[in-house]
Design a protein around this ligand. Structure first.
Ligand SMILES: NC(=O)c1ccc[n+]([C@@H]2O[C@H](COP(=O)([O-])OP(=O)(O)OC[C@H]3O[C@@H](n4cnc5c(N)ncnc54)[C@H](O)[C@@H]3O)[C@@H](O)[C@H]2O)c1
Length: 381
């Protein structure tokens, strides 16, 4: 049974690597360079098959790799089996603190973290850590809280690649895949309203337009509203846009961007989708308060009946829908993982860096972009 799981994980990694072989090509590079020879590296990551694919390639560059599961709910048993079969120590039991202590007991010199939990735990006086990488926005927020971090931490979230590729194209493509999968809707001819025109909203708008919808944008910031205008999208007021949209998407990162009160003016039958942070951009609790009835139309699809006969359908309970459905191409994540490996390689050479936060340097993003272009067969040197 457990062998089946690791075989399935291996097959999935093989399939993904066939069409975008950035990690195997980096693996060859690390096998030749051996940048982590004699080093111990501690990783606190979501243990998905993609992560297992990354760690397998990293180990080709030498070193001792110790891994903890960032969250038991995102841990794939096949990925864990695969890593253990590969001789890597993986901690999945106990609570987060137990797992982090177990990783730190190996006295790692380099750390990689999602959420600044492993790094936080390594801040003690006897830390062996020379440098660390934080991947997530929430981890960077914690890194920036007052208090001294006695080693450099590379911020992998705020470089140029993540906004442009993962946030814009990754979410833009994945969100509409998720909507189509849940509802069976063909998007052509529909009218879409997008709240927020940051990288995420911009990608969602572009992919909606490519699918044949009419897109309008509501954006609070005048500069970004002007960008939306020149990108060719009308920028109505919220109430005006809501009155005619058949699909409404939030991408603001703000709680209650779409209040129950505003939704009272929505078009009957409108579909509501969140692509932003957390589950509160659409005021679901407020809808609950005023709704007369809620029908479960299908998995992750609920239709709310409001006073006056208005019906609104909410997808994914108001949580970021592409994440709820794990939809979209893995390529942006693989690119980010490639950048993570190149950053670890750079840190192993012990560059002179100040303690605390450093944004990932552009030369590493450029190297990751070149590996990605090569994997896509689009590299011209
Ligand atoms: N679904 C995913 O997989 C995924 C991936 C990356 C980021 N995110 C999240 O998506 C959200 C947007 O990301 P981003 O990088 O585009 O952020 P951003 O902050 O650059 O852009 C958000 C935009 O929304 C606008 N805005 C804020 N409140 C508004 C309101 N009430 N009405 C209209 N516009 C409003 C802001 O002016 C801003 O331009 C963030 O919460 C981010 O964490 C989700």
């Amino acid at each position: 049974m457990s062998q089946d799981r690791s075989v399935r994980a291996m097959q999935e990694i093989g399939r993904i690597n066939t069409f975008f072989p950035i990690l195997p090509s980096l693996g060859n590079h690390w096998a030749a360079m051996r940048p982590w020879e004699g080093r111990v590296i501690g990783l606190n990551l979501h243990l998905t098959t993609l992560t297992a694919g990354l760690v397998r390639e990293l180990t080709l560059g030498g070193g001792t790799w110790v891994v903890s599961a960032a969250n038991p709910r995102t841990t794939d048993a096949g990925a864990v089996e695969l890593l253990r079969n590969h001789g890597i120590t993986v901690y999945t039991g106990g609570d987060g603190e137990d797992r982090h202590s177990q990783v730190l007991s190996h006295r790692p010199e380099l750390l990689v973290d999602v959420g600044f939990e492993l790094i936080q735990r390594a801040l003690g006086a006897q830390s062996s850590v020379l440098a660390a990488i934080e991947i997530t926005r929430s981890g960077i927020t914690r890194l920036r809280a007052p208090g001294h971090v006695p080693f450099p931490v590379i911020n992998l979230n705020d470089g140029r690649l993540k906004d442009a590729v993962e946030n814009r194209h990754g979410v833009g493509e994945a969100l509409w895949q998720a909507v189509a999968r849940l509802t069976g809707m063909h998007l052509s001819g529909r009218r879409v309203l997008i709240l927020g025109y940051g990288p995420v909203g911009k990608g969602i708008a572009a992919y909606a337009r490519a699918a044949g919808t009419t897109v309008e944008v509501v954006e609070r910031d005048a500069i970004r509203r002007l960008f939306a205008h020149y990108d060719g999208y009308p920028t109505p007021s919220l109430s005006d846009g809501l009155s005619r949209a058949s699909i409404v998407v939030t991408a603001t990162g703000r709680a209650h961007a779409l209040t129950a009160e505003a939704l009272g003016g929505a078009r009957d039958g409108a579909v509501l989708v969140n692509a932003g942070h957390g589950g509160d951009e659409i005021d679901v609790a407020g809808l609950e308060d005023i709704a007369i009835r809620k029908d479960n139309v299908g998995p992750q699809v609920e239709t709310w009946h409001l006073p006056g006969g208005l019906r609104l359908t909410l997808l994914g309970g108001g949580h970021p829908l592409n994440i709820v459905l794990n939809s979209g191409s893995p390529e942006p994540v693989l690119l980010h993982f490639g950048l993570l490996g190149l950053t670890l390689q750079w840190l192993a050479s012990e560059p002179a860096l100040p303690d605390g936060e450093t944004i990932v340097p552009e030369h590493l993003e450029r190297a990751a972009a070149e590996h990605a272009l090569r994997a896509l067969g689009a590299h011209h040197s």
